[in-house]
Design a protein around this ligand. Structure first.
Ligand SMILES: CCCCCCCCCCCC(=O)SCCNC(=O)CCNC(=O)[C@H](O)C(C)(C)COP(=O)(O)OP(=O)(O)OC[C@H]1O[C@@H](n2cnc3c(N)ncnc32)[C@H](O)[C@@H]1OP(=O)(O)O
Length: 215
């Protein structure tokens, strides 16, 4: 895409994608929490369809990477957990912390399972990402083959959360990673814990699974 061939164009596009992601997340939050009159819902649906139309005029296919992404550099703007451009992502922000990783996010109404608390599948999704990040950051990237989650207490909505992950063991191609979710205010009180097993791909597997994307 010629408009982002120079560094400035890429920076501007990534900022625009983040801005669109912010707007979409606001839309999802308001659309989920709204008790506006029915007429307003009908009007909003029409406006949203009109706003979406030009975005659909030029789209990428299943095996095409987004022009603003850098797959090998780890930039995935539409990742459904961490992507700043994803309407669906909280987004979870992750950084390295010693030999592990720490993540932060706040979940809105769209992630609700039990009333006023997060859906259990959402907690598992956040932890899968955290554990996968910690495995990769430790130099052992792999795909999840197992994820065990223990739900000790419900995860509250609209509350800053803190997530942790660290590699617990390496056995050949298998990496075991553990992680937790707590509130940011009470990091000693574990709400959800997880253990994941990640398997490093053989070169042949990586080619078979991701060859069409990497080209
Ligand atoms: C900074 C960076 C950021 C990077 C940040 C990135 C974050 C990404 C986080 C998201 C990660 C995902 O969601 S990934 C998406 C969800 N996962 C998937 O779709 C994976 C689907 N599974 C597969 O396609 C396959 O299992 C493969 C290709 C991964 C592996 O196939 P395979 O090579 O045939 O597997 P196989 O020989 O049977 O097993 C390999 C080894 O793993 C063990 N193993 C296999 N399954 C299990 C299991 N459930 N529990 C325990 N161990 C298992 C086997 O015993 C064996 O050990 P041994 O005999 O060798 O001792």
């Amino acid at each position: 895409m010629s408009e982002i061939e120079n560094g400035h164009g890429l920076k501007r596009r990534r900022e625009a994608i983040t801005g669109l992601g912010d707007a979409l997340r606001l839309l999802i939050e308001q659309a989920t929490a709204t008790e506006a009159p029915t007429e307003e819902l009908l009007r909003a649906a029409e406006l949203i369809r009109r706003a979406a139309a030009p975005l659909g005029e030029r789209v990428r296919g299943r095996f095409e990477t987004a022009a603003a992404d850098d797959l090998l550099g780890g930039v995935r703007l539409y990742n459904p957990v961490t992507g700043a451009g994803s309407a669906f992502a909280p987004p979870l922000e992750i950084h390295r912390d010693g030999d592990g990783a720490v993540g932060t996010c706040t979940l809105g109404r769209a992630f609700e399972g039990p009333p006023s608390f997060a859906h259990g599948g959402v907690s598992a999704m956040l932890l899968d990402q955290m554990l996968g990040y910690a495995a990769g950051a430790a130099g052992h990237p792999g795909m999840t083959v197992r994820l065990d989650t223990g739900y000790r207490r419900p995860v509250p909505l609209y509350t800053p959360l803190r997530l942790t992950a660290r590699v617990a063991g390496i056995d050949g191609r298998r990496v075991t990673v553990t992680g937790t979710i707590t509130t940011a205010a009470e990091p000693g009180d574990v709400l959800v814990e997880a253990t994941g097993v990640f398997v490093a791909l053989r070169a042949e597997q990586a080619r078979r699974l991701f060859g069409p994307v990497l080209g």
